[in-house]
Design a protein around this ligand. Structure first.
Ligand code: PLP
Length: 366
């Protein structure tokens, strides 16, 4: 068939305008070329479920059939663990899928807006951009807490979601409970509270508040404390009405048979979680103390998560030096309030040792 205009095909003329101008999510791993010795950039768990993996590989899994689209067995186990009804649980291909589906369900492209705190996890803004929704940033105050006045000033009739993250990435602190409650009771749209790092936190989850607030959505994930980032399993907990909407638009078989099975096995072997959490706690205390002794470290921020935000004299130079030694961390120095800051995941003992040795070498190299 002849092209109508007779001009060369140009896909850029076809692509949606917001996708053409989209700044995609970028990870430190994409910036890094070569063989890394240690990845401390994505807040995964450095430990592996070695035993569970062995037991899993001994099982016969039917993969010629599609997985259960309602994930009933897995939801039952999650419901028991979290003390929540299975109708209040939505499962996504990572929390990232839940984030996207919330935008697609509740925000009208080119009209609605959402509020995000700043700095925070980058996917809220990327998902907003993909869905043609304006993301309005409310900078945190100097204690990394919500500036309620700033949020209030940004809300208008088209504001559909306020995105909160506690403990917050990349700052590592938990948000004040009363501020979250204030927004939940005073805002007519959804308040999404991302609790990806809640297992590490000294603060309790907001799950018990689900009954009280029909506009609350809580996100959690198996990618962090559970050490299952490779399986991609995220959870959204909410009122039945919200879960029903998310189920309506999800791809039918969004959670693979392997993920459903293996996460179920991991829940049954919960000992891993407790053991791993206490190891990370010990490792974090040691890492923080060592970092504080380095003369080129200006501040180690208090963390309620499995990573620490660290202010250096010259973050770029440290970041580059670590990269050139195969140690990948996350440069956050361009983020609001994070000048000269790197975000460093607390890894396994061996990984942390390598990081510390490399930082000590940097000191003598300078
Ligand atoms: C706050 C927060 N939410 C969600 C995610 C992504 O979770 P998932 O792996 O379940 O997509 C991350 C990953 O870094 C995160 O930091």
């Amino acid at each position: 068939m002849q092209s109508k205009s007779g001009q060369m095909f140009d896909v850029n003329k076809l692509v949606r305008k917001n996708i053409r101008s989209l700044k995609p999510y970028s990870s430190a791993r994409e910036e890094f070329k070569g063989e890394a010795r240690v990845f401390l950039d994505a807040n995964e768990n450095g430990e592996q479920h070695v035993q569970l993996w062995r037991s899993f590989s001994g099982n016969d899994l039917r993969t010629n059939r599609y997985p259960d689209p309602r994930q009933l067995e897995l939801k039952t186990a999650i419901g028991q663990m979290k003390d929540i009804g299975i109708d209040n649980i939505f499962l996504g291909n990572g929390s990232d899928e839940c984030i996207d589906l919330l935008f697609r369900s509740f925000c009208e492209p080119s009209r609605d807006n959402v509020i995000i705190i700043d700095p925070t996890y980058g996917m809220y803004e990327v998902a907003a951009g993909i869905n043609g929704v304006e993301a309005r940033r409310a900078a945190l105050n100097n204690d990394f807490q919500i500036d309620l006045k700033a949020v209030k000033n940004l809300v208008d009739v088209d504001t559909k979601i306020i995105w909160l993250c506690s403990p917050n990435n990349p700052t590592g602190n938990s948000l004040n409970k009363d501020d979250i409650l204030y927004l939940l009771s005073g805002f007519d749209g959804l308040v999404v509270l991302d609790e990806a790092y809640i297992d590490y936190s000294s603060q309790p989850s907001f799950l018990p508040f689900l009954n009280k607030f029909p506009n609350l959505v809580i996100l959690q994930t198996f990618s962090k404390a559970w050490g299952l980032a490779g399986l991609r399993l995220g959870m959204a907990f909410a009122a039945i009405e919200i879960v029903t909407i998310l189920n309506k638009i999800k791809p039918p078989y969004n959670i693979s048979t392997i993920s459903q099975h293996y996460v179920l096995e991991s829940i049954q072997g919960e000992a891993f979680l407790k053991d791993s959490l206490s190891k990370i706690e010990v490792a974090k205390t040691r890492l923080e103390a060592t970092l504080r002794q380095l003369p080129f470290v200006k501040k180690v921020f208090l963390s309620d998560a499995n990573f620490v935000l660290v202010r250096f004299n010259d973050a770029r130079a440290v970041y580059q030096y670590l990269l050139s030694n195969g140690v990948v961390v996350r440069d956050r120095s361009n983020d609001t309030l994070c000048e000269n800051c790197l975000r460093i995941t607390v890894g396994s003992e061996k990984e942390n040792d390598l990081l510390i040795q490399t930082l000590q070498k940097y000191q003598s190299f300078k």
